[in-house]
Design a protein around this ligand. Structure first.
Ligand code: F6R
Length: 365
């Protein structure tokens, strides 16, 4: 049931604050302000490194997870798309753990990667939405994302719920490895607890800004997304979302890679969507934006109040979000990205919930 929404995708975008709050309650003790110990888990203190494998949007949530595990838990992470991971003959050892991320829990390549790691004797964790799935059944520890059924082929709420679970796991790993203090943990958990409320605010705030912009975006054939730090995987996710439902060609790049190739494409016919909260990468990303502007590129700037005040560049549009802590920024910045893709597709009249050539669950290679 779509309720009063035009598409399941729209409903699933708007469900996120409520659903993520529910998902968080499984991982976070709201009263104590700490991450809950889980019945079964990964021995984060005992492992040397973590291998993550997944496909599509789930891979991109894993890529953000990598930044978190490395930064907050000082845990080295190896990550790859499952179709490569399964065949790379990766040397692995028993003092590593593996984490598989899958909404459906049935993706063929992800399952094959899991079985490879099983054979190599690793402890296996699965971040899944469907708890009765094959991937969940074959894992040692299951971390449900509790997003409820996701009907729209383009993943939205599963992505942000995967992120919420990965953030909780990274905090747990940081605690286990002694790299986060009790105060660090409390501060991070407090941000997670505040997140659903901020998400609701952002959805209301962004909707009117994005509608008109989507109409403009629909005139272009190519779009480039740029970001640094955790905004880099988000740039990849923005491009994936736009291409799969609007069929506009889109690419995501690490902002620092701009001058290593994609800058050659910049002209007034290729808008550049820059995802840049006012974080420790902001100045660097702004200098990439200047390079775009100097070549006549049109910029859609997704930033926060501080970022908008700090940049003097002319943009095609600036979407201003509230200033938030870096640990919740990926979940907050996912929202304008989803809405922009959604409204562009609606404006172009594509079949948003059932885009051409795509299946919700990819059970063959
Ligand atoms: C993109 C999308 C796909 C899936 C991918 C993995 O919007 O939905 O890229 O994320 O096919 O699927 P799961 O998570 O079921 O393994």
């Amino acid at each position: 049931d779509k309720g009063n929404h035009r598409h399941f995708m729209e409903k699933e975008i708007y469900e996120q604050p409520e659903i993520i709050s529910h998902a968080l309650s499984h991982y976070v003790d709201f009263a104590a302000g700490t991450v809950k110990p889980l019945a079964s888990g990964i021995d984060f203190a005992g492992i040397r490194s973590l291998a993550i494998s997944a496909c599509g949007t789930a891979y991109l949530s894993g890529l953000i997870g990598k930044y978190w595990f490395e930064r907050y838990a000082r845990l080295p992470v190896e990550i790859d798309v499952a179709s490569e991971f399964r065949y790379r003959e990766i040397p692995l050892s028993k003092d590593q753990a593996a984490l598989f991320i899958s909404q459906s829990g049935e993706t063929a390549d992800t399952l094959a990667s899991l079985r490879y790691c099983r054979q190599e004797g690793l402890t296996i964790g699965a971040v899944v939405n469907v708890r009765e799935s094959t991937i969940a059944r074959e894992a040692d520890a299951v971390f449900p994302i509790l997003a409820g059924p996701e009907i729209g082929v383009a993943s939205t709420k599963a992505f942000t719920c995967q992120l919420a679970v990965l953030a909780a796991l990274a905090i747990q790993a940081g605690r286990a490895r002694g790299t986060l203090t009790a105060e660090d943990e409390k501060a991070m958990v407090r941000h997670l607890i505040e997140m659903p409320r901020i998400m609701s605010r952002v959805l209301n705030l962004v909707e009117p800004q994005v509608e008109g912009l989507s109409r403009e975006l629909s005139r272009f054939k190519d779009v480039l997304y740029l970001g640094r730090g955790t905004s880099f995987p988000l740039a990849l996710e923005g491009a994936l979302k736009l291409k799969e439902i609007s069929y506009i060609h889109a690419e995501g790049y690490a902002a620092g890679e701009l001058k290593h190739g994609p800058i050659a494409l910049i002209d007034e016919n290729m808008p550049v969507i820059v995802i840049a909260p006012h974080d420790r990468f902001f100045e660097k990303t702004v200098s990439n934006m200047q390079e775009v502007a100097a070549r006549g590129g049109r910029i859609i700037f997704i930033t926060d109040e501080k970022g908008a005040a700090a940049s003097k560049l002319a943009t095609m549009a600036t979407i201003v979000l509230p200033t938030v802590d870096e640990v919740i920024a990926p979940m907050i910045y996912a929202l304008p990205i989803q809405l922009l893709a959604y409204h562009t597709a609606v404006f172009m009249g594509t079949d948003v919930d059932q885009p051409r050539n795509l299946a919700k669950s990819v059970t063959v290679e």
